[in-house]
Write a protein that binds this ligand. Structure first.
Ligand SMILES: NC(=O)c1ccc[n+]([C@@H]2O[C@H](COP(=O)([O-])OP(=O)(O)OC[C@H]3O[C@@H](n4cnc5c(N)ncnc54)[C@H](O)[C@@H]3O)[C@@H](O)[C@H]2O)c1
Length: 388
């Protein structure tokens, strides 16, 4: 498992090892490797800790930084990060560069499972690269579709998309994933690449639609959640309407940008979604400013993770909000029960010290917390808070 100590690689490595396969979690991050070998998860993932302890103690999982170990594997699963760069563009060389590092350790007959979310056409680039390097390997693009925090259930329940060009690769990929489940969708690599990107971008656009509705309703003095309840109550056609809130994290935004780059920056809907979702922290600041003398006040942000019940702050809009507030407020305080950041303070202290509170992440524990300060609660989750 290349990238085997990451947010996606490690749960999969644990699940395969727990199913009885012998797994090596190969990673360039020595800290992650040490943690895993000491049975410690480098991040929160519900249900993974117990299984990690079990598969480390029975020897089924071992983490390492040694690329040579790749030559011992029957399957090589590649699940490294694929972030967009400072121009919001995917790096066309990132995956190929990882393969270059592995080149001398790849062995003919192995099966490569590409699992990172990739720019359309990357599977073909790898096929061409293998051919150029006279490597006769099987290749399948099998995207990961779990949501962080739900990996240890969704790895077993979600159908696995298997994108291959030829039947032997398909059989091999299905054989590997049959250790976790029995539902497969067979497509070409290109269909699988688009399926993964469209899945994430579809979700991002849905969030943008409700966030735009939220801002409209809010500006009109109407509680959007009441409107959403009215729409969705026993009305199946609107069942999938999400609640408003910060839509962020390491995947949705960057995959929308990947698709935008793919469509020659002509992806109007994707860019509109980005403007709405990324614009929400600015909207919050504007609303506070319109009602309070912000520069004289301390604002506290409850929740800095990109979504509830995880410790992952990557691309979190709470940090975006913090930055904007630093320009405008007297002081900005932040709190989160899971994220590791030296600037965080306990929630009760934050509430005491702040004049205004913003709930940045709807962690479960904030639902019942008594917040006796004006509270900006996009999520409409804290019935004890004073809303505005
Ligand atoms: N995070 C999610 O919820 C999620 C869900 C589905 C798909 N994905 C996709 O999965 C991929 C991985 O995402 P992630 O969140 O796990 O990222 P991550 O940064 O948490 O993990 C990537 C891991 O790969 C390691 N790595 C990077 N380059 C390497 C190399 N050359 N050799 C060995 N190890 C290397 C890193 O050290 C890191 O541990 C991305 O393409 C992402 O879009 C993520």
């Amino acid at each position: 498992m290349v990238g085997g100590c990451g947010h996606v690689g490690l749960p999969l490595a644990i699940a395969f090892a727990d199913a009885g396969l012998t797994v090596i979690a190969l990673d360039i991050n020595p800290t992650g490797v040490d943690l895993v070998n000491n049975s410690k998860l480098p991040f929160l993932e519900v249900g993974a800790q117990e299984k990690l302890e079990s598969v480390i103690s029975n020897g089924k999982l071992h983490a390492s930084t040694s690329r040579e170990l790749v030559s011992t594997a029957e399957f090589v699963v590649v699940v490294i990060g694929t972030p967009v760069d400072e121009f919001l563009k995917p790096d066309p060389e990132a995956i190929i560069a990882a393969f270059e590092e592995l080149k001398s350790h790849l062995v003919s007959g192995q099966t490569i499972i590409l699992r990172s979310t990739v720019y359309p056409g990357v599977s073909k680039r790898i096929e061409d690269w293998l051919e150029r390097n006279n490597l006769s390997l099987h290749l399948a693009f099998c995207p990961e579709r779990i949501a962080e925090g739900k990996a240890m259930t969704e790895l077993y329940s979600l159908p696995q998309i298997i994108g291959t060009r030829e039947i032997e690769s398909r059989h091999r990929a299905a054989f590997l994933f049959s250790s976790l489940g029995d539902k497969f969708v067979y497509v070409t690599p290109e269909e699988a690449e688009l399926a993964k990107l469209f899945t994430n971008v579809w979700r991002y656009i849905k969030f943008a639609a409700v966030n735009q509705f939220y801002m409209m309703a809010n500006d009109f003095g109407v509680d959007f959640e009441q409107v959403r309840n009215a729409i969705t109550f026993e009305y199946p056609r609107a069942d999938d309407m999400p609640a408003a809130g910060f839509a962020a994290g390491p995947c949705l935004f960057k995959d929308t940008m990947q698709l935008s780059a793919f469509s020659h920056n002509g992806f109007a809907l994707g860019h509109a979604a980005m403007l709405v979702n990324e614009g929400l922290p600015g909207y919050v600041v504007g609303r506070i400013e319109s009602q309070y003398p912000l520069k004289e006040l301390t604002v506290g942000i409850l929740g800095m993770a990109f979504k509830p019940e995880v410790d992952d702050p990557r691309s979190s809009l709470s940090y975006n909000l913090r930055k904007q507030l630093l320009f405008k407020a007297k002081k900005v305080l932040i709190s989160d029960p899971f994220v590791r950041d030296d600037r965080l303070i306990p929630a009760d202290e934050l509430i005491k010290e702040s004049d205004i509170i913003v709930i940045g992440t709807p962690h479960e524990q904030y639902k019942k917390m008594v917040i006796d300060k004006p509270t900006f609660d996009i999520w409409n989750m804290n019935k004890n808070g004073v809303l505005f």
